[in-house]
Design a protein. Structure first.
Length: 213
């Protein structure tokens, strides 16, 4: 799915004359890594007033999509927060359209997120960066211990606060086998709240094996 730009009239916060600005209404992050970096750095949809030179954000509605990360985020203008219930319904309608038409081949089977303001989008992406970094550290530590590594389904791992990569048990693959493999890596000295949480959850009686890809 390609990123999409739109154009609309915007008003400078310094009350200069209205002007037309180009902004992104759909960001396909895995297709356009520069746009992902801009969103992460708080520079996405930053426009400049031609009269006074002031920089400010265009706060029109935006869809942020990262297929490999299983992230679909609807970003609404902060000033419309009072209409959250109505916007949530609209988001669900748009989600069904995206899932069944625009990105049907991607088999989207995870729920969308809804936030208000580009700052909220930036916070999600910053948290995602930390999550990914810790997950990669877990993978490296597991490999150093001679363990295999499996990748969890991203939306599942995010929802349960698990790392995206976990040590793979050898032989049987019950939830407890995953807990034992995780415990081995943690005992090596790795400090990871994500992996510790994974170990604790997999140790519980009757828990299902994790969803992997």
């Amino acid at each position: 799915m390609k990123s999409i730009q739109n154009e609309s009239a915007v008003c400078c916060p310094n009350h200069c004359e209205e002007f037309d600005a180009v902004y992104w209404s759909l960001v396909s992050a895995d297709q356009d890594p520069d746009l992902k970096s801009a969103a992460l750095g708080g520079e996405l949809n930053l426009v400049q007033c031609p009269a006074c030179g002031a920089f400010f954000h265009h706060h029109g509605d935006l869809i942020y999509f990262d297929a490999p990360a299983e992230l679909l985020i609807f970003v609404f203008d902060e000033k419309h927060r009072s209409c959250a219930a109505e916007l949530s319904q609209r988001m669900q309608r748009d989600y069904e359209i995206i899932k069944n038409t625009l990105a049907k081949q991607l088999h989207i089977d995870y729920p969308p997120l809804c936030v208000f303001g580009l700052d909220a989008l930036q916070k999600i992406l910053q948290d995602e960066e930390k999550h990914s970094f810790e997950s990669e550290t877990v993978a490296a530590s597991a490999a150093a211990q001679g363990c295999g590594v499996v990748r969890l389904k991203p939306s599942y791992a995010r929802e349960h606060h698990f790392p995206y990569y976990v040590p793979a048990p050898s032989g049987k693959t019950t939830a407890n086998d995953y807990a034992v493999a995780a415990s081995k890596v943690l005992k090596s000295g790795l400090k990871s709240l994500l992996l510790t949480n994974f170990k604790d959850q997999m140790s519980q009686e009757g828990v299902a094996t994790p969803l992997t890809v």
